[in-house]
Design a protein around this ligand. Structure first.
Ligand code: 5RP
Length: 226
């Protein structure tokens, strides 16, 4: 069961949290299991402070009794636990199917250590099967769509019932499909250079470790720092 795999990956990652840590909490269905695991450990984590990467996570954490700090008042965290849409063998990751990529990237950058949690379906040999989400200022929609197409993408505007889907910041998202996925590092630089692009889902250096569960067994991948 995929949900059992999500749960055990989340529980192993939550075991990294020590009392007194400042901890970022990502967004998504796998992170929902991390929130439950954190709530279960709260009696031993009284001095830890948690920070949410989305309004949905903040609400879910508060509902579970987890105290949430204001990220705007901090500059560094000890650890962040987040989900992922694709993870390659070099711990390069695509994120953002849940639409929280911009806050997730900021929180990841502020974190001493970032771990991702996932079921085995997220493990890939090469990035690029999942669409790459790009968060865009609505004002720049047409301009950015053209620039994304020039980079080889087919940008699909993410929709909601009432029109274009909006991020917690009020921005739109283009889910970008590539006929052949370009060099991720070069693509990240090119995307960030487009005025109006607020963020993208390539996390190429942020992730320090991954807990990936497949049919009941959790494998931990650690970034090789030597
Ligand atoms: C949200 C994300 C999520 O962490 C990612 O989409 C994984 O979600 P899930 O655990 O539901 O598969 O990046 O912006």
């Amino acid at each position: 069961m995929i949900d059992d795999d999500k749960r055990i990956a989340a529980e192993d990652a939550v075991a990294e949290i020590r009392d007194g840590m400042l901890v970022g909490i990502g967004t998504g269905s796998t992170v929902a299991f991390a929130i439950r695991a954190i709530a279960a450990r709260l009696p031993e984590l009284r001095q830890a402070i948690f920070f949410a990467t989305s309004i949905a996570t903040e609400q879910a954490a508060r509902d579970a009794g987890i105290p949430i700090g204001r990220f705007a008042r901090t500059s560094r965290l000890d650890l962040t636990i987040d989900g992922a849409d694709e993870i390659d063998p070099a711990l390069r990751v695509i994120k953002g199917a849940g639409g929280a990529l911009l806050r997730e990237k900021i929180v990841a950058a502020a974190s001493e250590r970032m771990v991702v949690i996932a079921d085995g379906s997220k493990q890939v040999e090469r990035l690029g099967t999942a669409p790459l989400p790009v968060e865009v200022l609505p004002f720049a929609r047409g301009f950015v769509a053209a620039r994304l197409a020039a980079l080889g993408a087919e940008p699909v505007l993410r929709m909601a019932d009432e029109g274009s889907w909006r991020s917690d910041q009020g921005n739109i998202i283009f889910d970008c499909h590539f006929a052949s996925f370009p060099d991720p590092a070069g693509l990240a630089v090119a995307l960030q250079a487009i005025p109006g692009v607020m963020g993208h889902g390539l996390f190429l250096r942020e992730v320090d470790a991954a807990y990936i569960a497949d049919r009941g067994t959790v494998t931990k991948m650690e970034r090789n720092t030597t």
